[in-house]
Design a protein around this ligand. Structure first.
Ligand code: OOB
Length: 542
């Protein structure tokens, strides 16, 4: 297994890298260079629009200059190549400035979600030895500066906190830029560009190392499939840090093509529909629960949505019935996307027939995406039969960052990623997602590792044991249910107290269990393990 110079992650063996270069997938581009080229080619086109609270725009030239000046300021503060910087920004223009500045100096953004709290952020900062943390001042009523102060006390290696807005005791991002003096050597295309978060199946999220070469290929491929070009006006509705709105085709895909990314501060129709109208939005990406809300709201809306050409829906299973309703309601095309931050992304195609678009989750971007569908024993199943999806290809990682033991389980010896998804393949190559083998809950596209929540609840003095499972939900697809066995004689918490306990531990709100049920014992498997399968069946009958 080869290691990219200076970073702790497995990468593609040289024979694969050569093949991907020869096929023209990896073209030796970097993100920093990409923005430079676009700024030279069309300096005055608008790259980014941040509509709230007052409309701000960045042309390609402005974004390029701003990234240079910020890169110089970061360099002057001792941030350099390979350093990790946790970026927790909502959908604001500074997001693009910061990450392009980091790309330029070869520092690695670690993409936290706005919902993350003390537990997650402390883990990202300490696990990656982050030197800096970038935050908004207050977002959605939450003061990120206080969070940052707590994190700094726990994490001595964290040298800087940069704030987009009022800095409090930290450093204002607006004070960082300076005149570019010495240009650091730019990173090379095969090197890491950033660390993305995995949905996680274990106690903590794993980090996903993506290179310039591989991610830029996924953008180029996505743009071609989705028809993204310089005229595309993409509304970033989901959190900009998530892989789907970032790269499928996402705001980075749109910047690659010379189009315009408009950052939506909130995903609800009351916020988004006026922006679709005023910004003449042509494309966006939604998770299934939001697609449902938009579909229902469109009928009553007075806003002109006629500029919309394409809506991508993915991140969780989109029911066929809901999918059938989207095109007539929103007056645009639907594309389903089944992707993962680890790499592989599948899309239905613009020339697929309607039944394929509503009934499948698409086919891979690349002819070099290798797909295997195997049974429990690891043997390939015939087309049309369910099995575990394994994949390998030019933009799918060969291992998580600093996680050798987990990698040994999650990747086959010959480099296939075990996605944990159960799929079947149609003769056309389209995949239908049938379920999941991994222990993960998909709450409307937000991924939750039950083990993480179980560990938190187990710390409650009144709790003897706990098992967290998914319950089906008409709106979110799945919700979380914590089955709790109480400790004899201890002061026993009620459901509300259990939820409060989790919240007070400082985790993202979407991880707090929706339901808490008390039981005397758990059903067991033949070998005496807790049978989550049985618990899920019981939960379905609630
Ligand atoms: C996207 O990425 P992640 O990393 O948050 O989650 C990946 C997992 C997949 O392994 C699968 O379990 C689930 O999310 N998933 C879907 C799905 N799209 C993702 N399950 C059923 N149907 C779908 N359409 O969620 C992501 C990354 C890039 C593009 C789109 C989604």
């Amino acid at each position: 297994m080869t290691i990219t110079p200076g970073v702790d992650a497995p990468t593609w063996p040289e024979e694969f890298a050569e093949r991907y270069r020869a096929a023209g997938h990896w073209r030796g581009e970097t993100f920093g260079g990409m923005l430079r080229d676009r700024a030279a080619a069309h300096p005055d086109r608008v790259a980014v629009v941040d509509p709230a609270p007052e409309r701000r725009t960045w042309t390609y030239r402005q974004l390029d200059e701003r990234a240079d000046r910020l890169a110089a300021g970061f360099t002057a503060r001792g941030i350099g190549r390979g350093d990790r910087v946790v970026v927790q920004l909502p959908n604001v223009g500074e997001f693009a400035e910061v990450v392009f500045a980091l790309f330029r100096i070869g520092a690695l953004p670690v993409y936290a979600l706005p919902a993350h709290r003390d537990t997650e952020i402390a883990h990202f900062c300490s696990f990656t030895d982050a030197v800096a943390y970038v935050i908004p001042d207050v977002h959605a009523g939450f003061d990120h500066r206080d969070l940052a102060s707590r994190i700094r006390r726990r994490t001595p290696g964290l040298r800087h906190v940069f704030v987009a807005g009022e800095p409090g005791e930290h450093t204002a991002l607006s004070d960082v830029p300076c005149e570019p003096a010495e240009v650091p050597t730019p990173p090379r295309p095969h090197e890491l560009a950033f660390l993305q978060l995995s949905g996680g199946t274990t106690g903590v999220s794993k980090l996903i190392p993506r290179t310039h070469d591989d991610y830029l290929y996924s953008l180029r491929g996505s743009n071609e499939i989705c028809g993204v070009d310089a005229g595309t006006r993409f509304l970033v509705v989901l959190p900009a840090a998530h892989n789907f709105p970032m790269s499928s085709p996402g705001w980075l895909g749109v910047l690659y093509a010379g189009g315009t990314a408009v950052l939506c501060p909130k995903p609800d129709p009351a916020t988004a529909f006026p922006l679709v109208e005023s910004e003449r939005i042509t494309m966006t990406g939604l998770v299934p629960p939001l697609a449902l809300v938009w579909t229902d709201a469109a009928g009553q809306s007075e806003h002109d949505l006629s500029s919309l050409e394409l809506v991508l829906v993915g991140g969780a299973k989109y029911s066929e019935q809901a999918a059938r309703r989207l095109e007539p309601a929103l007056g645009c095309r639907l594309m389903q996307v089944f992707g993962m931050a680890e790499g592989l992304v599948n899309y239905t195609r613009l020339d697929d027939d309607f039944e394929t678009v509503v009934g499948t989750q698409g086919r891979p971007i690349s002819p070099d995406d290798e797909i295997r569908i195997v049974d429990d024993a690891g043997y390939d199943v015939p087309d049309g039969e369910f099995g575990h999806l394994l994949t390998r290809g030019p933009y799918t990682i060969r291992g998580y960052w600093r996680a050798p033991e987990h990698n040994a389980r999650t990747f086959t010896a010959d480099g296939f990623y075990r996605t944990g998804d159960i799929v079947r393949r149609l003769p056309s190559g389209h995949l239908v997602v049938e379920g999941r083998a991994k222990d993960q809950i998909n709450r409307g596209g937000e991924k939750i590792a039950p083990e993480e929540i179980e560990n938190i609840i187990l710390a409650h003095p009144g709790v003897h044991d706990v098992a967290v499972v998914a319950v089906p939900d008409a709106y979110l697809g799945e919700r979380t249910l914590a089955y709790v066995i109480l400790r004899d004689g201890a002061a026993t918490p009620g459901p509300v107290a259990v939820k409060r306990f989790v919240r007070e531990r400082g985790v993202a709100a979407y991880k707090v269990p929706d339901l808490v049920e008390f039981v005397d014992a758990f059903p067991q498997t033949g070998v005496g393990k807790v049978s989550k399968k049985q618990l899920r069946t019981t939960a379905e009958q609630l």
